[in-house]
Design a binder for this molecule. Sequence first.
Ligand code: LER
Ligand code: MN
Length: 272
Amino acid sequence: MIKSAVTVSLVEAARGGPFVLWEGLESACKTAQELGFDAIEVFSLGPEQVDSDVLEKLLNDHGLELAAVGTGAGKVKHGLTLTSPCSEERQKAREFIKRIIDMGGRFGAGAILGSMQGFWNDEVSKEDALKLLADACGELGEYARQFNVPFIYEHLNRFETNLCNTVADNVTLLNTLGDDHNVVILADLFHMNIEEVDICQGLRDGQGLIGHIHFVDSNRRPIGGGHIDMDAVSATIKEIGYEGYLSAEAVPYPSEYEAAKQTIESYNKYFG
Ligand code: LER
Ligand code: MN
């Protein structure tokens, strides 16, 4: 089943980033419930910032699920990546992500690997970085099994990583893990608008492996605020049999509330 979600950032240092709601979990849950979202997706500094009992009560009280949890603060706040030249840093990055998997796992939500994938560079070749990334994804997918959730790997546009930029790159990486891995692809329509020849073909490339979608327009405004052809993209999302969240990871334009409202209106128009 396709479901709707809206992102909430608890990370002040990420202000200006593509998250719709910024005023804390309680306010986010109220807005999400009022507008009719199925879930929220939480971007936090780490497990210590979120009291799980409080989150559980908020989700229950507002009839919401947790769609996914982000790990980007590991890079933004602690400078950690899975492909760092320093093995100690790489280990710290894995441990940080495991604690986020624990946090989301309790709620049936997977953790997303985005910026913590890092870059290849003079110190770590592309080949070595991709091996480190694949190995980490494999381990983190295995770790996530205890919660019956997948580990979610998001390829990014060229300005945010030089490892995997397209759905096809992501599929190639996951195929190195064999048939029995527990990692799914996050297809973010904003990154796809920059990197794919054709967004619909990109979605078809990931058929069966895409487990999460960041639902956002070409310019990172809420769906309807840019030039993505949503008639075609929504038809393809249905055609590939996608089952998962369409999670609004957009800038709060023109305001947090209006961005959330525009997202759910677009969601209802194309998927309701
Ligand atoms: C970053 O550009 C992004 O799309 C996020 O979902 C990654 O954490
Ligand atoms: Mn994204």
